[in-house]
Design a binder for this molecule. Sequence first.
Ligand SMILES: Nc1ncnc2c1ncn2[C@@H]1O[C@H](COP(=O)(O)OP(=O)(O)OP(=O)(O)O)[C@@H](O)[C@H]1O
Length: 610
Amino acid sequence: MPRPKQSIAPKKVNFRESFAALKFVPRFFREIRKVNPLLFYTNLFCRILNAILPVLMLWVGKLLIDEVVVQIAAEVKFMDRLWLLVGAEFILAVTSDLLSRAISLTDGLLGDQYSIETSVKIIRKTSEVELGELEDSEFYDKLERARQQTTGRVGLMSNILTQGEDLIVIGSLLIGIVAFEPWLILLLIVSIIPTLINEIKFSGTSYSLARSWTQERRELDYLRYAGASDVTAKEVKLFGLSEYLANRFKGLSDKYYLQSKSLAKQRAGWGSFFNVIGTTAYYGAYVLIIFRTVAGIFSLGDLTFLSGSFNRLRQKLQGFFTRFTAITESALYLQDYFEFLDRTYHKTNTEGNLPLPKKIQTGFTFRNVGFKYPKSEKWVVRHINFELKAGEKLAFVGENGAGKTTLIKLLLQFYAPTEGEILLDGIPIKQYDQVAYQQFFGVIFQDFVKFELTLRENIAMGEISEISNQPRIESAAQKSLADQVITELPLGYEQQLGKRFKQGKDLSGGQWQKIAIARAYMKDAEVLILDEPTSALDARAETEAFDRFIKLTEGKTAVIISHRFSTVRIADRIMVLKDGAVLEIGTHEELMQNKKLYAELFNLQAAGYK
Ligand SMILES: Nc1ncnc2c1ncn2[C@@H]1O[C@H](COP(=O)(O)OP(=O)(O)OP(=O)(O)O)[C@@H](O)[C@H]1O
């Protein structure tokens, strides 16, 4: 059953909140300027020039008409001034066109560069986030909103700059109007107030709707992916899931559509109503200007200048207020983005600054360790006591969900134990520098990543600074048996892997696994952890991989998680976990004599092979 939605009705963001978000705008511009100062200042310069053109064009237009009227009445015609004015208007028109193009070009280029910059920042920031937060859905919502900055902010930049440009246009047109007929300003205010009311009324509503739908949008993205991707295609076809997924997508999208439709309708309805009032005021002004012209107070040129200026001014003011709403809404997203960047993500370990020992002396000790995942009341593991001795190969076994991977996450300081502590050479691990501590480990997780990059990159990920060290990459590949995979690939180490890209070659599960294991060998780590690293290997490859692993990592400390007892038995000791507790620990022989779960499961598997 789909989970209940709490966030479908939009939470209203009020006008004050919208305004508060504007405080991020200066920082936003500082960042844009930093991205490319030359483009930024060119853009500003063009906009300032472009802003004074409208009033100049209207003024030249007025002079032109007055001159035409003079020349119509004159007996002897002097056309020089007329042609001069036509020429001036032509130059202004061409300049305006060129400036507009330069503005949109620099807008686009700056926007592209800024979105690259923000994407890079988000990727970097995400790496600072603790695993616990990454696994939390609220965090994902925040990340999703921050990610929207990368594409949506180009519009915000140009909107704000256009706003500044329009302010200059408005100022210059106002001066022109006031000089002729101050009364027109009153009518102008009347024509513009309706737009202002409309914008205040709807400010923040689209953002509120979008924000309250973050979770659902993530679900929609997921359903789109599940219904139309190469990864899911096999099962979707086989189980005939397409219709089900499409309907689920449609059901949820329709709800969103209905809400945005109702908002858009309200906005359009009120907008039209207020617009009629505004247009009426404009025609009032027009009538006033016509009366004055007929009475001989204004010339024909004045009439065109004033009516043109008034209309322009009204449009510019309307645009100014409408854009203001768009800006405040976008600024709210900006707030999400900067808050994401500024937040210092909760660290499991903040006090640690001890340097790591060069070589492990005694090993790791789990002392009465218990753990509950954040926001969960359930003890996943509890009262865990054991030692992982220096140089020892320790295997974890236990049924699904027994807590094996969780113990690894605790050992790696991805999470801090809820109770008890973990020690390295007698010192609590949280006292060590966390980054250096995590560098101590070479880990291949059960759900290791299949990077859709080249094979070289996939192996070098274990120690990315050594990506050009061919002998080291080859040696890692040889140790993990990945070299057999490479010989079959036409482009060898430069082969693009995966199906996503052109010339990409997909590998079998076992082949991917061999490459992932090569990553562990690539890193000359003190402690190696292999969490079911060979589950996709065939029996022969698995035995070979483990025999090699034991030989090649002699003297190194290692933890191996596996469900295959034939593999597990080569470890120095085996720890059996059941329901989050240590049931037994010892060598294969000791546990067989114990005749408890290990012996039972071992015999069960052995019987299966007979
Ligand atoms: N991020 C998480 N948040 C909440 N609970 C989790 C999380 N990860 C795992 N669990 C729960 O913790 C328990 C132990 O999971 P863990 O992955 O440690 O088991 P495991 O022994 O490695 O299992 P398997 O053999 O299936 O890999 C499970 O009940 C699981 O549902």
